[in-house]
Design a protein around this ligand. Structure first.
Ligand code: E4P
Length: 218
């Protein structure tokens, strides 16, 4: 299972990278705005800065919503750095663009997926990654994890190579449940990764080991 971090914050990306378990980064226009990154040149530079911190794939989202615009913007993003994955929304023009990118060897992440039908379309178009937003489904009393399980079954039925990227992950249990179901990737905040470290018995056990060592080595 790949771990991506869902942020444009360079300090958090560095922290996750230094932990040694980070496989990539996802961003979106809201996350860029949250970090105060505005203006096309600054945004493009920020993507390159992220690529220079991590070893894996970095999703950069297009703003255009028409086929020609998505293709033009996506090609420019892909030219920025070999680690860039073009993030394209699940809309009609987006599906056409994903097919175009797939035919031209450009990696894609189909974003804003909320149903199995959309996931099927993304795979048919040849998306590299497909991102169901599980937290946002949970927010409206739908079961985000059930969607991941449905898509897993559908993709396995036909051997689709599109990777299921569980997105809008909010906490550690989302991560663990996605691992049970067999999501290929999860993307979430730093806390959803570092939270996996925590167990009180680990802390109590370590304190005891260290105290016993000190007693015997004074
Ligand atoms: C994924 O690529 C999206 O950027 C992200 O996971 C959305 O998460 P949110 O619902 O917490 O905004």
């Amino acid at each position: 299972m790949k771990f991506f971090i869902d942020t444009a914050n360079l300090d958090q990306i560095r922290e996750a990278q230094e932990l040694g378990v980070l496989d990539g980064v996802t961003t979106n226009p809201s996350l860029m705005a949250k970090e105060g990154i505005t203006g096309q040149n600054n945004i493009l530079k920020h993507y390159v800065d992220i690529c220079n911190i991590v070893d894996g794939d970095v999703s950069a989202e297009v703003i255009a919503t028409d086929f020609d615009g998505i293709v033009k913007e996506g090609e420019a993003l892909a030219d920025l750095h070999p680690q860039i994955v073009v993030k394209v929304p699940m809309i009609k023009e987006g599906v056409k663009a994903i097919k175009y990118f797939s035919d031209h060897g450009i990696k894609t992440n189909c974003t804003l997926v909320f149903s199995s039908g959309q996931a099927l379309l993304a795979a048919k178009a040849g998306a590299t990654y497909m991102s169901p937003f599980i937290g946002r489904l949970d927010d409206i009393s739908s079961d985000g994890l059930e969607l991941i399980a449905d898509i897993r079954e559908i993709y396995d039925n036909y051997g689709f190579e599109t990777q299921i990227l569980a997105a809008s992950v909010r906490h550690t249990m989302h991560v663990i449940e996605c691992a049970h179901i067999g999501a290929d990737v999860m993307t979430g905040p730093l806390s959803s990764i570092t939270g996996l470290l925590k167990h009180p018995l680990t802390d109590i056990g370590l304190d005891k080991f260290l105290a016993d060592y000190r007693k015997g080595n004074q």
